[in-house]
Design a protein around this ligand. Sequence first.
Ligand code: SIN
Ligand code: FE2
Length: 216
Amino acid sequence: MNDLFDSLPDLRPVREQIAEGAVLLRGLARDGEADLIAALRDVVACAPFRHMQTPGGHRMSVAMTNCGAVGWVTDRSGYRYAATDPDSGQPWPAMPAPLRDLALRAAVQAGFPGFDPDACLINRYRPGAKMALHQDKDEQDFGAPIVSVSLGLPATFLFGGMARSDKPLRLALTHGDVVAWGGPARLAYHGVAPLKDGTHPLLGPQRINLTFRKAR
Ligand code: SIN
Ligand code: FE2
């Protein structure tokens, strides 16, 4: 089965509007993936992945770290952006040029020129990890989009509407895909279905997601 599909050309469009204000750019991050992954390894060496706690006291199944001027954190006192890594007390690593360049390129292609992200949340999903439907709303200003890059194992991305109860689209995201949402979609509910088992040739048994935001 797989061999048959592997031999077929990928006829899916490169740029797909998935909702008003939301665009999927397939494979955009494959260009320069070696530099991207090397830069990510440097970030993770300074600020290792950790499982944060929700305000309700649950350990998140996704492990996280950040780079940029500020990083998204959660603990018993709530969700927020912080300039320092709570584990080390040090500033988060700077946002490496290959990450920032990709975010800007994606934003332009998605119709959001002038994006100036100051935060990049790095999510690591091992098989079974998931992210419940949520809105990204801890940023000061919703004028800037969210740019989300998928690397490694494939995942089912859930992209809903403005209400948690809106039935989400289920999008198959693979290595290198980028989704950007802003404007009328900026506060769309989104999440990730439990990651299936597998091993990616470059990243092994995991999916890495980079979420670029303008937090302040
Ligand atoms: C997120 O919403 O922070 C992560 C989304 C994803 O992993 O695709
Ligand atoms: Fe999110």
